[in-house]
Design a protein around this ligand. Structure first.
Ligand SMILES: Nc1ncnc2c1ncn2[C@@H]1O[C@H](COP(=O)(O)OP(=O)(O)OP(=O)(O)O)[C@@H](O)[C@H]1O
Ligand SMILES: [Mg+2]
Length: 233
């Protein structure tokens, strides 16, 4: 099941495995449902063409107004991108704000070690249900990140990983299928917390298309109907 409102998603995979592209395409489908704030710490091309309010400094996020600005992309200035204080203030801002979709392309920026900063702990550990926060997080490494990034994730997307041991570790708290290597360049395993199974997807578009199928069928039915009427008449 594709990423949806209320989820806390974790995209894990080695550099170049396709996390950011998959995250961006998944988020695209939620556009307009809540204000979306992207922490574009790596200034990734996947977000370059996204149209919205673009800010460089944390304090400028205050300018973001809903529903005027459905999308806000924060590409932090150098001083802020490596500043834990700024990153923690960002988390606290989101926590107090509620009703937001937040995308954190590189989790390391918000959680530089396994011990989370207080704002991050609020955002991830206390946000379940009541705050209407949807959180998308990407990480290259499955270790040395706060444990809560896993335990609180509602969905995990596991892409290529260089280390078998890392894969085993992710499989250990998700599903044994995730031990199976990814068979496509940008393929991944999808696991939803609590499920007894995991699903393999060769490409993120396969996952997104799979969900659109019923709608397409309805559209196909709707466009077919007039033709049938005219043939019959
Ligand atoms: N599903 C896909 N189909 C085609 N090309 C893809 C797909 N996913 C990613 N790519 C391409 O592969 C490259 C790496 O993708 P991406 O930036 O998403 O990787 P990443 O996992 O986020 O890497 P990093 O950890 O370095 O940020 C990009 O050039 C991107 O365009
Ligand atoms: Mg990336």
């Amino acid at each position: 099941m594709a990423f949806r409102l209320g989820d806390r998603g974790l995209w894990i995979g080695t550099s170049g495995s396709g996390k950011t592209v998959a995250m961006a395409l998944s988020l695209d489908r939620l556009y307009g449902q809540r204000q979306m704030v992207v922490l574009n710490s790596k200034d990734d091309p996947a977000f370059a063409r996204w149209r919205g309010l673009r800010v460089r400094k944390l304090t400028e996020l205050r300018k973001a107004e809903w529903p005027r600005d459905p999308l806000v992309v924060w590409t932090p200035v150098r001083d802020e991108v490596r500043s834990p204080a700024h990153m923690d203030a960002f988390c606290s801002w989101l926590w107090n704000r509620k009703h937001t979709i937040v995308a954190i392309d590189e989790l390391r920026m918000l959680a530089p070690s396994a011990i989370p900063l207080p704002g991050f702990a609020d955002l991830i550990e206390r946000s379940r249900g009541t705050r209407d926060l949807t959180v998308a997080m990407g990480t290259q490494r499955p270790s040395f990140i706060p444990h809560s990034a896993y335990t609180e994730a509602t969905v995990i997307y596991l892409f290529r990983l260089a280390s078998k041991e890392d894969r085993r570790n992710v499989a250990a708290f998700t599903h044994e299928s995730l031990n199976e290597p990814v068979r496509h360049r940008h393929g991944f395993w999808e696991y939803r917390a609590g499920d007894m199974h995991a699903t393999y997807w060769p490409d993120v578009r396969d996952l997104l298309d799979a969900e659109e199928a019923p709608i397409r069928t309805q559209q196909a039915a709707a466009t077919r109907a007039p033709a049938m009427v005219s043939t019959g008449g």
